[in-house]
Design a protein around this ligand. Sequence first.
Ligand code: GLU
Length: 494
Amino acid sequence: MDMSYFDAMEAKIPHGKIRTRFAPSPTGYMHVGNLRTALYTWLIARNGGGTFILRIEDTDQGRLVEGATDVIYRTLAECGLTHDEGPDVGGPVAPYIQSERRDTYGKYARLLVEKGHAYYCFCEKTESGEDSGDFHRAADPCRSLSPGEAQARADAGEPYVIRQKIPESGTTTFHDAIFGDITVDNSTLDDQVLLKRDGLPTYNFANVIDDHLMGITHVVRGSEYLSSAPKYNLLYEGFGWEVPTYVHCSPVMRDQHNKMSKRHGDPSYEDLKEQGYLTEAILNYVALLGWSPRGEQAEREVFSLSELAQAFDIEGISKSPAIFDLEKLTHFNALYLRAMTPEAFHAVAEPCIRQTVKNPALDTRAIAALLQARCERLTEIPEKVAFFEALPPYEKDLFTNRKSRTSEEVSRRMLESVVPALEELSDWTQESIHDCLVHLAEKLEVKNATLMWPVRIAAAGQAVTPGGAVEICRILGREECLWRLRLGLEMLSV
Ligand code: GLU
């Protein structure tokens, strides 16, 4: 066999640095487990000053979804998980899309036949029989076809697959960075298909070829692939290649017994964004789903992406499955919202405010300032601030509040004094409104709360508001505010 193609491929492989890859299949969404795999993969590369590669695994043509690769690019970019090599940016071992590497797999499958670790199989077998574990290798007549005979049938156009030739006896041991050494009897491994009838590789074959040819040093993926790892090892050995470090991560669960799944309604990354969670908070939370910092950082919860890149280590990844807890994520989200600069918070809050507050005279910056410390998710915002746009209908019993010592009668008296006092104000600022109301309370010999309560109820039409009476009056503007206060007074006067 002419080896020049293989030698040339071998010569392209970069060496000497950590190289990791995120290898999603384009499904059209990024589930939480996948995002975590991407994050850990990126972190291992960045922590070790290595290279992070994006590879698109689209060989399962039946599962292709229109626009699905865009979701992958968009998510990685939004999350700041920048890739150094990939379909869009190129790199020394391009192409990075499996469907564009089709010829390569065929060549390597034939090389493996030549090396005696794979064989042409002409039998008709159902896929389900493959997975059931119900196989009897000795019974496959193709396993013992002579190379010449097999080649002749293939050359004559008979459809075939190429299968891995698993040793009949003995054991295979592989090492995983999280799970340690695992040994299996070869008799439990099936002669899996490497190359399908259509010439496309199976995932199990393509990932080995690509990981080798792309010089991947650490293979990070879900633990569902753990049971296939002995077969991967046999492939690496069959080719005479070095086995990469395996890092199999336990699943992200929705509860004790079930994995998170889009089909069962569990949120994907996009869903979480839509539910008002910030990318940074999602990433921080997802990082801690299955990894914990150690040493001095052990108690720490809040990490930016670059802090994670500093602190991350494979040893901190847990063997046990992690349970996704939306409340915990909400807690992180609130922390992140509070820690933002007012400008940054305004930038994310403004579109949500504008969903209900359409009047351009209403200042979104001032409204955002009220919300920042009082909101856990961005999606709460439209409802919380709708009263600025239009006074909601309300009952006059809202004016009665024990803690503020108000009754309808007291509230009426307060508003009777407040309206003319505010009408008199020459400027409409936070300070002037505040001073005016506080002086008035003093003059009337009531607690501030007794005066502020009816003002806030009349101005907002609801008991719970972001911000107090002064802030709300100021944002509403003189005319709208006085109109609302007079209306409250009228309600109380009948
Ligand atoms: N394409 C596989 C998936 O999306 C990737 C598995 C791997 O990283 O090896 O699950």
